[in-house]
Design a protein around this ligand. Structure first.
Ligand code: GTP
Ligand code: MG
Length: 202
C-alpha cells in the first residue's frame, strides 16, 4: 500500500469532537519523546506533517491525519512526561484513555516503545492497561537505529524489544504483534503499512 495523500484534519481534546465520517483509524501512543510524531511522518513520507521536538510534551491534542481519503492516522500526546504541569498530564491521560475506550472507529492502537533503552515501568504499565481494557494493540519498537552502548545498558535494540515482550507476555492471552522501526532509516515503514492494511480489511 502506498500513501498518495496525507492531510491534517483536526485537533481535538474530546472523543466527541473527533471526525464523525466513520473512516477507520489507528492511533499512535507512547511515552513523551518516544517518537510518535516522527514515525507518523516516516509512514506518510512527509518531513513535517506532524510536529516533532527534542523536548517532550510537543503533541498536546488528539490529532487526526486523513490518509488516501480513506483512513486516519491519529497522533496523541505522550504519557510519563514528568516536567509537564500535573493538571495538563492528568488532562492528557484522561482524554486519551477516554478516546481508547469510546472511539468506535478505532481499529487498533499502536503502542510505541523505545528500543534504545531497557524496558521502563511506565511502558509496561501502559501496555497492561491497554490489555486489561481489551484495546487491540500492536507494539512498534522505535529508535532501532540507536546503537550506542553507553545509552542502552549494553543491549541492542532487538534485545531490549525481546525483554519488553517477555515482561508483558504474562498479561496477554495472545502476544500482541510487534514491528521494529526507525524514523531515521525508515525501518519498518512498509511492514507497518501492510499490517494496517490487513487490519482494515479484516
Ligand atoms: P511528544 O509529542 O512530546 O509526546 O513526543 P513524540 O513521541 O511525538 O516524539 P517526537 O516524534 O517529537 O520525537 C522526539 C525526539 O526523538 C526527536 O528529537 C526526534 O528526532 C527523535 N526521534 C524520533 N524517532 C527517532 C528514531 O527513530 N531514531 C532516532 N535516533 N531518533 C528519533
Ligand atoms: Mg508528538
Amino acid at each position: 500500500e502506498l500513501v498518495s495523500a496525507a492531510e491534517f484534519v483536526k485537533s481535538s481534546t474530546k472523543t466527541e469532537d473527533c471526525p464523525s465520517d466513520g473512516l477507520p483509524e489507528f492511533a499512535l501512543v507512547g511515552r513523551s519523546n518516544v517518537g510518535k510524531s516522527s514515525l507518523l511522518n516516516s509512514i506518510v513520507r512527509r518531513k513535517r506533517l506532524a510536529l516533532t521536538s527534542k523536548k517532550p510534551g510537543k503533541t498536546q491534542c488528539i490529532n487526526h491525519f486523513r490518509i488516501n481519503d480513506s483512513w486516519y492516522l491519529v497522533d496523541l500526546p505522550g504519557y510519563g512526561y514528568a516536567s509537564a504541569p500535573q493538571q495538563l498530564r492528568t488532562d492528557w491521560d484522561k482524554f486519551t484513555k477516554d478516546y481508547f475506550l469510546k472511539r468506535q472507529t478505532l481499529v487498533s492502537v499502536f503502542l510505541l516503545i523505545d528500543a534504545s533503552i531497557p524496558p521502563k515501568k511506565t511502558d509496561l504499565q501502559y501496555a497492561c492497561w491497554l490489555g486489561q481494557n481489551q484495546v487491540p494493540m500492536t507494539i512498534l519498537f522505535t529508535k532501532c537505529d540507536k546503537r550506542k552502548k553507553a545509552k542502552n545498558g549494553g543491549k541492542r535494540p532487538e534485545e531490549n524489544a525481546e525483554d519488553f515482550q517477555n515482561l508483558i507476555g504474562e498479561f496477554f492471552q495472545t502476544a500482541p504483534p510487534w514491528i521494529l522501526t526507525s524514523s531515521v532509516t525508515n525501518q519498518g515503514r512498509d511492514e507497518i503499512l501492510l499490517h494496517m492494511g490487513q487490519l482494515r480489511n479484516y
